[in-house]
Design a protein around this ligand. Sequence first.
Ligand code: NAD
Length: 332
Amino acid sequence: MKVAVFSTKSYDRQFFEAINADYGHELTFFEPRLTPETAVLAEGFPCVCVFINDRLSEETLRTIASHGTQYIALRCAGFNNVDLKVAAELGMKVVRVPAYSPYAVAEHAVGLVLMLNRKLYRAYNRVRDDDFSLDGLLGFDLHGCTVGVVGTGKIGQCFAQIMKGFGCYLLAYDIHPNPACVELGVKYVALPELLANSDVVSLHCPLFPETYHMINEQTLQLFKRGAMLINTSRGALIDTHAVIGAIKSGQIGYLGIDVYEEEEELFFEDLSDTVIQDDTFQLLQSYPNVVITAHQAFFTRNALTNIANTTLANIRDLAAGTPCPNEVKAPA
Ligand code: NAD
Protein backbone atom coordinates (compact mmCIF):
# COMPACT_ATOMS: atom_id res chain seq x y z
CA MET A 1 0.00 0.00 0.00
CA LYS A 2 1.17 3.56 -0.75
CA VAL A 3 1.32 5.42 2.54
CA ALA A 4 1.92 9.12 3.20
CA VAL A 5 3.55 9.37 6.63
CA PHE A 6 2.97 12.82 8.17
CA SER A 7 4.77 14.56 11.08
CA THR A 8 7.86 12.47 10.36
CA LYS A 9 10.88 12.83 12.61
CA SER A 10 14.19 11.04 12.02
CA TYR A 11 13.34 8.43 14.65
CA ASP A 12 9.97 7.61 12.98
CA ARG A 13 11.73 7.06 9.70
CA GLN A 14 14.42 4.91 11.30
CA PHE A 15 11.98 2.54 13.03
CA PHE A 16 9.40 2.42 10.22
CA GLU A 17 11.96 1.79 7.47
CA ALA A 18 13.66 -1.00 9.43
CA ILE A 19 10.42 -2.83 10.24
CA ASN A 20 8.83 -2.17 6.83
CA ALA A 21 11.42 -4.54 5.36
CA ASP A 22 9.04 -7.28 6.57
CA TYR A 23 5.89 -5.63 5.15
CA GLY A 24 6.91 -4.00 1.87
CA HIS A 25 4.59 -0.98 1.97
CA GLU A 26 5.52 2.06 -0.15
CA LEU A 27 6.21 4.67 2.52
CA THR A 28 6.68 8.36 1.67
CA PHE A 29 7.75 10.50 4.60
CA PHE A 30 6.58 14.10 5.03
CA GLU A 31 7.83 16.36 7.79
CA PRO A 32 4.78 18.68 8.06
CA ARG A 33 1.78 17.88 10.21
CA LEU A 34 -1.37 16.88 8.35
CA THR A 35 -3.69 19.89 8.51
CA PRO A 36 -6.18 21.41 6.05
CA GLU A 37 -3.25 23.39 4.60
CA THR A 38 -1.00 20.37 4.01
CA ALA A 39 -3.74 17.89 3.05
CA VAL A 40 -2.86 18.31 -0.63
CA LEU A 41 0.35 16.32 0.02
CA ALA A 42 -1.78 13.19 0.50
CA GLU A 43 -2.97 13.26 -3.12
CA GLY A 44 -2.61 9.82 -4.67
CA PHE A 45 -2.04 8.02 -1.35
CA PRO A 46 -4.78 5.57 -0.34
CA CYS A 47 -3.46 5.68 3.24
CA VAL A 48 -2.16 8.41 5.53
CA CYS A 49 -0.17 7.58 8.65
CA VAL A 50 -0.53 10.23 11.33
CA PHE A 51 0.43 11.07 14.91
CA ILE A 52 -0.92 12.94 17.93
CA ASN A 53 -0.86 16.51 16.62
CA ASP A 54 -2.00 15.90 13.05
CA ARG A 55 -5.38 17.53 12.65
CA LEU A 56 -7.91 15.17 11.05
CA SER A 57 -10.74 17.69 11.17
CA GLU A 58 -13.75 17.62 8.87
CA GLU A 59 -11.94 19.95 6.44
CA THR A 60 -8.80 17.79 6.30
CA LEU A 61 -10.80 14.59 5.93
CA ARG A 62 -12.95 15.95 3.10
CA THR A 63 -9.84 17.16 1.27
CA ILE A 64 -7.90 13.92 1.55
CA ALA A 65 -10.99 11.85 0.71
CA SER A 66 -11.49 13.91 -2.45
CA HIS A 67 -7.88 13.08 -3.39
CA GLY A 68 -8.48 9.34 -2.97
CA THR A 69 -7.40 8.60 0.61
CA GLN A 70 -9.49 5.84 2.19
CA TYR A 71 -7.46 4.80 5.20
CA ILE A 72 -6.11 6.60 8.27
CA ALA A 73 -3.46 4.75 10.23
CA LEU A 74 -2.83 6.45 13.57
CA ARG A 75 0.56 5.59 15.01
CA CYS A 76 -0.69 6.41 18.51
CA ALA A 77 -3.33 5.20 20.95
CA GLY A 78 -5.44 8.36 21.38
CA PHE A 79 -7.80 9.29 18.54
CA ASN A 80 -9.23 12.58 19.85
CA ASN A 81 -7.66 14.38 16.84
CA VAL A 82 -9.82 12.52 14.30
CA ASP A 83 -13.42 13.47 13.49
CA LEU A 84 -14.62 9.86 13.48
CA LYS A 85 -18.17 10.77 12.46
CA VAL A 86 -16.99 12.50 9.29
CA ALA A 87 -14.52 9.70 8.58
CA ALA A 88 -17.37 7.16 8.79
CA GLU A 89 -19.59 9.33 6.60
CA LEU A 90 -16.80 9.42 3.98
CA GLY A 91 -16.38 5.63 4.21
CA MET A 92 -12.83 5.97 5.59
CA LYS A 93 -11.40 3.35 7.90
CA VAL A 94 -9.40 4.47 10.93
CA VAL A 95 -6.93 2.20 12.73
CA ARG A 96 -4.69 2.89 15.72
CA VAL A 97 -2.10 1.34 18.02
CA PRO A 98 -4.11 0.69 21.18
CA ALA A 99 -1.10 -0.42 23.25
CA TYR A 100 2.58 -0.15 22.46
CA SER A 101 4.15 0.11 25.86
CA PRO A 102 1.99 1.09 28.80
CA TYR A 103 5.18 0.69 30.84
CA ALA A 104 6.86 3.55 28.94
CA VAL A 105 4.12 6.04 29.83
CA ALA A 106 3.56 4.79 33.38
CA GLU A 107 7.31 4.86 34.13
CA HIS A 108 7.53 8.42 32.77
CA ALA A 109 4.65 9.47 35.02
CA VAL A 110 6.56 7.99 37.98
CA GLY A 111 9.64 9.88 36.75
CA LEU A 112 7.70 13.13 36.99
CA VAL A 113 6.57 12.24 40.52
CA LEU A 114 10.17 11.63 41.60
CA MET A 115 11.43 14.77 39.85
CA LEU A 116 8.94 16.80 41.87
CA ASN A 117 8.90 15.13 45.27
CA ARG A 118 12.73 15.16 45.51
CA LYS A 119 13.22 18.29 43.35
CA LEU A 120 15.68 16.39 41.16
CA TYR A 121 15.51 18.99 38.37
CA ARG A 122 16.78 21.65 40.77
CA ALA A 123 19.36 19.33 42.35
CA TYR A 124 20.80 18.43 38.93
CA ASN A 125 21.33 22.06 37.93
CA ARG A 126 22.66 23.01 41.34
CA VAL A 127 25.38 20.35 41.39
CA ARG A 128 26.45 21.28 37.86
CA ASP A 129 26.99 24.79 39.26
CA ASP A 130 29.16 23.38 42.06
CA ASP A 131 26.44 24.40 44.51
CA PHE A 132 26.22 21.49 46.93
CA SER A 133 23.80 23.07 49.42
CA LEU A 134 20.51 21.39 50.27
CA ASP A 135 18.31 24.37 51.17
CA GLY A 136 15.16 24.31 49.05
CA LEU A 137 15.51 20.63 48.12
CA LEU A 138 13.50 19.21 51.02
CA GLY A 139 11.28 16.39 49.75
CA PHE A 140 8.84 13.89 51.19
CA ASP A 141 8.63 10.09 51.31
CA LEU A 142 6.30 8.44 48.83
CA HIS A 143 5.99 5.51 51.23
CA GLY A 144 2.70 5.92 53.09
CA CYS A 145 1.31 8.53 50.67
CA THR A 146 -2.10 8.18 49.07
CA VAL A 147 -2.00 8.12 45.28
CA GLY A 148 -5.14 8.69 43.21
CA VAL A 149 -5.19 7.13 39.74
CA VAL A 150 -7.78 8.56 37.37
CA GLY A 151 -8.33 6.02 34.59
CA THR A 152 -7.11 2.52 35.33
CA GLY A 153 -6.75 1.04 31.87
CA LYS A 154 -3.43 -0.29 30.61
CA ILE A 155 -1.27 2.69 31.65
CA GLY A 156 -3.14 3.48 34.89
CA GLN A 157 -2.78 -0.14 35.97
CA CYS A 158 1.01 -0.13 35.37
CA PHE A 159 1.31 3.17 37.22
CA ALA A 160 -0.68 1.76 40.18
CA GLN A 161 1.56 -1.33 40.25
CA ILE A 162 4.71 0.78 40.42
CA MET A 163 3.33 3.10 43.10
CA LYS A 164 2.24 0.08 45.13
CA GLY A 165 5.93 -0.89 45.15
CA PHE A 166 6.76 2.42 46.83
CA GLY A 167 4.37 1.52 49.65
CA CYS A 168 1.61 3.97 48.65
CA TYR A 169 -2.11 3.60 49.36
CA LEU A 170 -4.01 3.54 46.10
CA LEU A 171 -7.33 5.15 45.26
CA ALA A 172 -8.81 5.07 41.76
CA TYR A 173 -11.63 6.48 39.71
CA ASP A 174 -12.75 4.90 36.45
CA ILE A 175 -16.11 4.45 34.77
CA HIS A 176 -15.09 0.79 34.24
CA PRO A 177 -13.14 -0.47 37.27
CA ASN A 178 -10.31 -2.85 36.41
CA PRO A 179 -10.40 -6.19 38.32
CA ALA A 180 -6.57 -6.44 38.17
CA CYS A 181 -6.38 -3.14 40.07
CA VAL A 182 -8.90 -4.32 42.66
CA GLU A 183 -6.72 -7.41 43.15
CA LEU A 184 -3.73 -5.11 43.65
CA GLY A 185 -5.53 -3.45 46.54
CA VAL A 186 -6.73 -0.33 44.72
CA LYS A 187 -9.87 1.18 46.24
CA TYR A 188 -12.34 2.60 43.70
CA VAL A 189 -14.06 5.78 44.84
CA ALA A 190 -15.92 8.69 43.23
CA LEU A 191 -13.71 11.41 41.71
CA PRO A 192 -14.38 14.02 44.45
CA GLU A 193 -13.38 11.50 47.15
CA LEU A 194 -10.22 10.61 45.24
CA LEU A 195 -9.23 14.26 44.84
CA ALA A 196 -9.92 15.07 48.49
CA ASN A 197 -7.78 12.23 49.85
CA SER A 198 -4.81 11.92 47.49
CA ASP A 199 -1.33 13.36 48.00
CA VAL A 200 -0.57 12.60 44.35
CA VAL A 201 -3.18 12.51 41.56
CA SER A 202 -2.19 11.04 38.19
CA LEU A 203 -4.41 11.26 35.10
CA HIS A 204 -4.58 8.24 32.78
CA CYS A 205 -7.99 8.47 31.11
CA PRO A 206 -8.54 9.43 27.46
CA LEU A 207 -9.63 12.85 26.26
CA PHE A 208 -13.33 12.64 25.42
CA PRO A 209 -15.97 15.39 25.52
CA GLU A 210 -16.89 14.04 29.01
CA THR A 211 -13.31 14.27 30.28
CA TYR A 212 -12.43 17.67 28.72
CA HIS A 213 -11.28 19.97 31.57
CA MET A 214 -12.14 17.36 34.22
CA ILE A 215 -9.56 19.23 36.32
CA ASN A 216 -11.05 22.72 36.45
CA GLU A 217 -11.60 25.58 38.88
CA GLN A 218 -14.26 23.63 40.81
CA THR A 219 -12.53 20.24 40.97
CA LEU A 220 -9.20 21.89 41.89
CA GLN A 221 -10.85 23.16 45.06
CA LEU A 222 -11.48 19.52 46.07
CA PHE A 223 -7.77 18.60 46.09
CA LYS A 224 -5.84 18.20 49.34
CA ARG A 225 -4.03 21.50 49.78
CA GLY A 226 -0.54 21.31 48.31
CA ALA A 227 -1.15 18.02 46.47
CA MET A 228 0.78 16.90 43.40
CA LEU A 229 -0.95 16.66 40.00
CA ILE A 230 0.56 14.58 37.18
CA ASN A 231 -0.76 14.46 33.61
CA THR A 232 0.75 12.17 30.98
CA SER A 233 -2.55 11.61 29.20
CA ARG A 234 -3.87 14.54 27.16
CA GLY A 235 -3.41 18.24 27.88
CA ALA A 236 -7.05 19.24 27.70
CA LEU A 237 -7.97 17.05 30.69
CA ILE A 238 -6.72 20.06 32.66
CA ASP A 239 -7.97 23.63 32.36
CA THR A 240 -4.54 25.29 32.23
CA HIS A 241 -5.73 28.72 33.39
CA ALA A 242 -7.47 27.15 36.39
CA VAL A 243 -4.39 25.13 37.35
CA ILE A 244 -2.22 28.24 37.15
CA GLY A 245 -4.59 29.88 39.66
CA ALA A 246 -4.35 26.82 41.91
CA ILE A 247 -0.53 26.84 41.77
CA LYS A 248 -0.43 30.54 42.63
CA SER A 249 -2.74 30.05 45.62
CA GLY A 250 -0.81 27.00 46.86
CA GLN A 251 -3.80 24.69 46.37
CA ILE A 252 -1.65 22.65 43.95
CA GLY A 253 1.83 22.16 45.40
CA TYR A 254 3.44 20.37 42.46
CA LEU A 255 2.53 19.98 38.79
CA GLY A 256 4.17 17.48 36.42
CA ILE A 257 2.90 17.40 32.85
CA ASP A 258 4.00 15.64 29.67
CA VAL A 259 1.04 17.06 27.75
CA TYR A 260 -0.37 20.57 27.39
CA GLU A 261 -3.67 21.75 25.90
CA GLU A 262 -1.99 23.99 23.33
CA GLU A 263 1.00 21.73 22.67
CA GLU A 264 0.24 21.43 18.96
CA GLU A 265 2.21 24.59 18.11
CA LEU A 266 5.11 23.79 20.45
CA PHE A 267 5.93 20.18 21.09
CA PHE A 268 8.18 17.98 18.93
CA GLU A 269 9.97 21.07 17.50
CA ASP A 270 13.23 22.80 18.44
CA LEU A 271 12.06 26.32 19.27
CA SER A 272 15.11 27.21 21.35
CA ASP A 273 15.94 30.13 19.04
CA THR A 274 12.38 31.42 18.89
CA VAL A 275 10.37 33.86 21.00
CA ILE A 276 7.52 31.68 22.19
CA GLN A 277 4.20 33.47 21.83
CA ASP A 278 2.21 31.28 24.21
CA ASP A 279 2.23 33.37 27.41
CA THR A 280 0.28 30.74 29.36
CA PHE A 281 2.94 28.14 28.66
CA GLN A 282 5.73 30.57 29.55
CA LEU A 283 3.99 31.39 32.82
CA LEU A 284 3.71 27.69 33.70
CA GLN A 285 7.41 27.23 32.89
CA SER A 286 8.32 30.01 35.29
CA TYR A 287 7.09 28.27 38.47
CA PRO A 288 9.65 26.40 40.59
CA ASN A 289 7.18 23.59 41.39
CA VAL A 290 6.23 22.77 37.79
CA VAL A 291 8.00 20.23 35.60
CA ILE A 292 7.12 19.96 31.92
CA THR A 293 8.28 17.37 29.40
CA ALA A 294 7.28 17.64 25.74
CA HIS A 295 5.06 14.60 25.16
CA GLN A 296 7.90 12.13 25.48
CA ALA A 297 6.28 9.58 27.81
CA PHE A 298 5.85 7.14 24.90
CA PHE A 299 9.40 7.66 23.63
CA THR A 300 11.28 4.43 24.33
CA ARG A 301 12.84 2.15 21.74
CA ASN A 302 10.50 -0.61 22.91
CA ALA A 303 7.46 1.57 22.25
CA LEU A 304 8.72 2.82 18.85
CA THR A 305 9.35 -0.77 17.73
CA ASN A 306 5.84 -1.81 18.78
CA ILE A 307 4.28 1.30 17.20
CA ALA A 308 5.93 0.60 13.83
CA ASN A 309 5.07 -3.11 13.96
CA THR A 310 1.41 -2.62 14.83
CA THR A 311 0.91 0.28 12.41
CA LEU A 312 2.41 -1.62 9.48
CA ALA A 313 0.38 -4.74 10.37
CA ASN A 314 -2.78 -2.60 10.55
CA ILE A 315 -2.02 -1.24 7.06
CA ARG A 316 -1.44 -4.79 5.81
CA ASP A 317 -4.95 -5.74 7.06
CA LEU A 318 -6.47 -2.66 5.40
CA ALA A 319 -4.75 -3.46 2.09
CA ALA A 320 -5.92 -7.08 2.25
CA GLY A 321 -9.48 -6.06 3.17
CA THR A 322 -9.36 -8.37 6.20
CA PRO A 323 -10.87 -7.25 9.52
CA CYS A 324 -8.39 -5.21 11.56
CA PRO A 325 -8.60 -5.70 15.34
CA ASN A 326 -7.37 -2.13 15.86
CA GLU A 327 -10.07 -0.33 13.90
CA VAL A 328 -11.63 2.66 15.69
CA LYS A 329 -15.26 3.52 15.01
CA ALA A 330 -17.37 6.53 15.89
CA PRO A 331 -19.59 5.85 18.90
CA ALA A 332 -23.14 4.93 17.80
P1 NAD B 1 -6.94 2.53 28.11
O1 NAD B 1 -8.03 2.62 27.11
O2 NAD B 1 -6.29 1.20 28.36
O3 NAD B 1 -7.46 3.09 29.52
C1 NAD B 1 -8.21 4.25 29.65
C2 NAD B 1 -9.07 4.11 30.92
O4 NAD B 1 -9.78 5.33 31.09
C3 NAD B 1 -10.12 2.98 30.79
O5 NAD B 1 -10.05 2.14 31.91
C4 NAD B 1 -11.43 3.74 30.73
O6 NAD B 1 -12.53 3.04 31.34
C5 NAD B 1 -11.09 5.01 31.51
N1 NAD B 1 -12.03 6.09 31.24
C6 NAD B 1 -12.68 6.37 30.08
N2 NAD B 1 -13.50 7.42 30.25
C7 NAD B 1 -13.36 7.80 31.54
C8 NAD B 1 -13.96 8.82 32.32
N3 NAD B 1 -14.88 9.64 31.81
N4 NAD B 1 -13.60 8.92 33.62
C9 NAD B 1 -12.67 8.07 34.16
N5 NAD B 1 -12.08 7.08 33.47
C10 NAD B 1 -12.42 6.95 32.18
O7 NAD B 1 -5.86 3.60 27.67
P2 NAD B 1 -4.32 3.66 28.05
O8 NAD B 1 -3.52 2.88 27.07
O9 NAD B 1 -4.17 3.37 29.50
O10 NAD B 1 -4.00 5.19 27.75
C11 NAD B 1 -4.56 6.24 28.53
C12 NAD B 1 -4.31 7.56 27.85
O11 NAD B 1 -2.91 7.86 27.91
C13 NAD B 1 -4.62 7.58 26.35
O12 NAD B 1 -5.97 7.88 26.11
C14 NAD B 1 -3.71 8.67 25.83
O13 NAD B 1 -4.43 9.89 25.80
C15 NAD B 1 -2.61 8.76 26.86
N6 NAD B 1 -1.29 8.41 26.30
C16 NAD B 1 -0.28 9.31 26.44
C17 NAD B 1 0.98 9.01 25.95
C18 NAD B 1 2.15 9.96 26.11
O14 NAD B 1 3.19 9.78 25.43
N7 NAD B 1 2.08 10.97 26.96
C19 NAD B 1 1.20 7.80 25.30
C20 NAD B 1 0.14 6.90 25.20
C21 NAD B 1 -1.10 7.21 25.70
